[in-house]
Write a protein that binds this ligand. Sequence first.
Ligand code: G1P
Length: 296
Amino acid sequence: MSARVRTAVFPVAGLGTRFLPATKVIPKEMIPVIDRPVVQYAVEEARAAGIERFVFVTADGKEAIANHFSHHPVLESLLAEKNKTAELKLVTDTTLPSGALQIVKQHEPLGLGHAVWCAWKIVGDEPFAVILPDDMVLSDTPCLKQLIDAHAKVGGHVVAVENVPREATNRYGILDIDTEQGRLSKAKGLVEKPAPDQAPSTLAIIGRYVLDPIVFKELDKRTTGAGGEIQLTDALNRSLASVPFHGYRFEGKRYDCGSRVGFLEANIAFGLADASMKARLLPIIDRLVADARKSS
Ligand code: G1P
């Protein structure tokens, strides 16, 4: 039986260059899907999975992220005075309990592995989660909860995986599969961003991980990999002799908010998943599609 997973690490230090100029002063993670910032979905998923400590690996200029999860006394008293109870609840619900939010700075963009390593002192020697907010998941059971439940049974490292088109393997960490059982795929190796003709499978890691702390010792070696960066996938690969690694084919649908088209898709999908918007959205989407087809 593995220790309870109570800490989640959110690597949010990136510059968000793909979303310039929107990200000139607003952190990429603060851009909303519908009415809440992308990073809020990640934090809500973690809370729903029982996470109690939220570690943001961040950089200068991204203070808005921590502020979003803190008290906002001026706004809260204004809303209270005006009896705007529902709005007040929306604001206070985003506040994390005292002591639950921790900030660590990543001063240089040395890669995802380095970002996770920055959280070592806070996480300590216990299993922990990593959530990449760019990957948004719509599912009945929160994706991270699915992983934590699987981790309680198999231990080691458990990451969310899905099959991607072969031509897309160079965008993901890819599993070299050993055995498969139900939703679990045990890996005997991992490769970061392999070319399609070199990829050992098409089973790709998406941005949800439950990791054994042994990975920190590997990350501490600061070995660089694809793109000259310290890769989390490589550190996990090197720890396979010590702990098992399972990919978990989660229930749900993933949206990649790291690209403009993916971001738009996420907005539409989350809008359609909201009962208060679906009926009004469907005819609008139908009309836009029909108009676009006519004019192309
Ligand atoms: C990162 C990881 C990669 C993983 C991906 C999931 O890549 O390095 O292994 O498959 O996230 O979104 P990035 O998207 O930061 O290039």
